[in-house]
Write a protein that binds this ligand. Structure first.
Ligand SMILES: Cc1cc2nc3c(=O)[nH]c(=O)nc-3n(C[C@H](O)[C@H](O)[C@H](O)COP(=O)(O)OP(=O)(O)OC[C@H]3O[C@@H](n4cnc5c(N)ncnc54)[C@H](O)[C@@H]3O)c2cc1C
Length: 469
């Protein structure tokens, strides 16, 4: 293998940047790492902006602190690695509400993403079906089976539990519907126990009992200066050459590695590298894979995405309840699907002038008509609907911002992880120096994306001939 190694990372989101840091730490000294980002900004769905003089998240807001298997999450480890551990802050108000029948009710405790482990605890929000969850004498799921979360929960506990609890909670993360989303991908711990337990409540309790305990430790964290500080620090620490406004349009295998076609069609730049790490959304990946691995491209390209918009408003001294925010089930007939009271939830954002920052999201998979509204219409709709849910008119905003995220949230249907595993196996066999990483494959959360980028970096190091450290 030629020295030093030349590795191209395509995609400057958190996955690509975590991969760049891992390559810097584990690949031989002198490895030339280049990150190609098609837009003018690094970070992808991590984007800290400014509203009314305050740093606000226009994309992802926070990360899980703990890894589901125990220990700190990969996001926290990366934050430490790039020297930002002291900037981690946690929500000061954690209680959220559900808007049900036009009223706000506390999100019940003891659930796994809305799937109850105790039916009494959820009764105020959703009544389970009368003959709910009888033991049918066998496990809920077969050994290799995957189902839609909604199908399983509707079957065991009835429609209300899905429509009023599970759907809004899953929708808050994926902008998708419980009836479409894969149990194995979105709720792996529950999928594991459902292969053993005979009732859903039993499976939830078993999953909760199996989860590593960390009493008192905060669930979520963010960075006081905004998540873009993580993006900048990761780029800096990786020592990678960062190429902004540099879309990679084609990938061609060569006898010794890869040739990239970068930039505009009328003036393309050809770049030779030894290995490529593809950290772009699935559709972009499918386009690049169409030449070198058409079957893998077809599998990867099947993944569908939901589009959302986030509307942030600065409001002068509104009367807000002491909540982090609320979720809105689709059955309520509103356009908003969630709202976060930023300045209540995050103590570090509180302002002496009493100005409150509130963010709402619109856009559900399969029903994206709300995204056809203009920015002004979206702000007016959010203002009207949040006032309605709170039962009190909000003051007029002094500033607002609309961030549209087109095709942003992957919709993992049943069998997703098996399809991804098969695609990766086929790719590894044909092209070991080309690795896939990111939210399109392993999961949507920041820690999962970080881990995905790091794992792909390790694969490339192995393919190129092992670690230099
Ligand atoms: C609105 C919203 C809110 C979210 N909130 C949270 C949250 O609070 N907590 C959480 O854990 N997760 C959250 N997520 C999910 C999480 O932010 C994403 O899953 C994650 O950031 C995806 O990272 P990525 O690097 O895999 O992809 P992306 O962030 O999509 O980055 C991919 C990059 O590749 C670039 N690219 C695409 N094609 C090319 C090409 N041909 N050449 C070069 N570059 C290219 C893109 O421009 C982009 O910058 C949220 C997501 C959204 C959309």
């Amino acid at each position: 293998m030629r020295q030093p190694w030349r590795v191209a990372i395509i995609g400057g989101g958190i996955t690509g940047l975590a991969a760049a840091v891992r390559l810097r730490d584990r690949a031989p000294a002198g490895t030339e790492i280049t990150v190609y980002e098609q837009s003018g900004l690094l970070g992808g769905k991590l984007r800290t902006g400014e509203l009314a003089g305050q740093a606000v998240e226009f994309g992802a807001e926070s990360f899980l602190m703990r890894d589901p298997a125990g220990g700190e999450s990969a996001a926290v480890t990366l934050v430490r690695r790039v020297g930002l551990a002291d900037a981690i802050v946690h929500p000061t108000v954690g209680q959220a509400a559900l808007a049900v029948d036009g009223r706000l009710r506390p999100v019940p405790g003891g659930t796994l993403v809305g799937v109850p482990g105790d039916l009494e605890k959820v009764a105020a929000v959703a009544a389970p079906a009368a003959d709910a969850d009888r033991d049918g004498g066998r496990p809920l799921l077969g050994p290799d089976e995957d189902v839609a979360v909604g199908a399983l929960v509707r079957d065991r506990l009835g429609d209300q539990v899905v429509d009023r609890l599970v759907d809004p909670m899953l929708g808050g993360v994926y902008a998708g519907r419980a009836d479409d989303l894969s149990l194995v991908t979105t709720m792996p711990a529950l999928a594991r126990t459902a292969r053993v337990e005979h009732t859903l409540v039993g499976a939830v309790r078993a999953a909760q009992a199996a989860a590593p305990r960390s009493p008192g430790s905060p669930i979520f964290g963010t960075l006081a200066g905004g998540l873009s500080t993580l993006v900048e620090a990761a780029a800096r620490e990786s020592g990678a050459t960062v190429r902004r406004d540099a879309a990679v349009r084609e990938l061609h295998p060569t006898p010794t590695g890869w040739r990239l076609v970068v930039g505009p069609t009328r003036d393309p730049e050809l770049v030779e590298v030894d290995a490529v790490l593809l950290a772009v959304p699935a559709r972009a990946a499918a386009r690049l894979l169409a030449g070198p691995a058409p079957e893998v491209a077809a599998t990867v390209g099947e993944l569908d995405y939901a589009s959302v918009a986030l509307i942030t408003m600065a409001l002068p001294e509104p009367e807000l309840p002491g909540l982090s925010g609320f979720l809105v089930p689709a059955t309520e007939g509103l356009l908003i699907k969630a709202s976060t009271f930023f300045t209540t939830k995050w103590g570090h954002l509180r302002r002496p002038d009493g100005l409150a920052l509130l963010r709402a999201s619109v856009g559900r998979y399969g029903d994206e008509t709300s995204l056809q509204l203009t920015d002004d219409e979206l702000v007016a709709t959010v203002h009207r609907e949040v006032s309605k849910v709170l039962g009190t008119p909000l003051p007029s905003p002094v500033a607002s911002h609309v961030q549209r995220w087109g095709g942003a949230l992957p919709q993992y249907t049943p069998g997703h992880l098996d399809r991804v595993a098969a695609a990766r196996t086929a790719l590894r066999a044909a092209h070991p120096t080309l690795a896939l990483a990111g939210a399109g494959y392993d999961g949507v959360g920041i820690p999962v994306c970080v881990r995905s980028g790091e794992t792909a970096a390790e694969e490339i190091i192995t393919a190129l001939g092992g670690s230099g450290s």
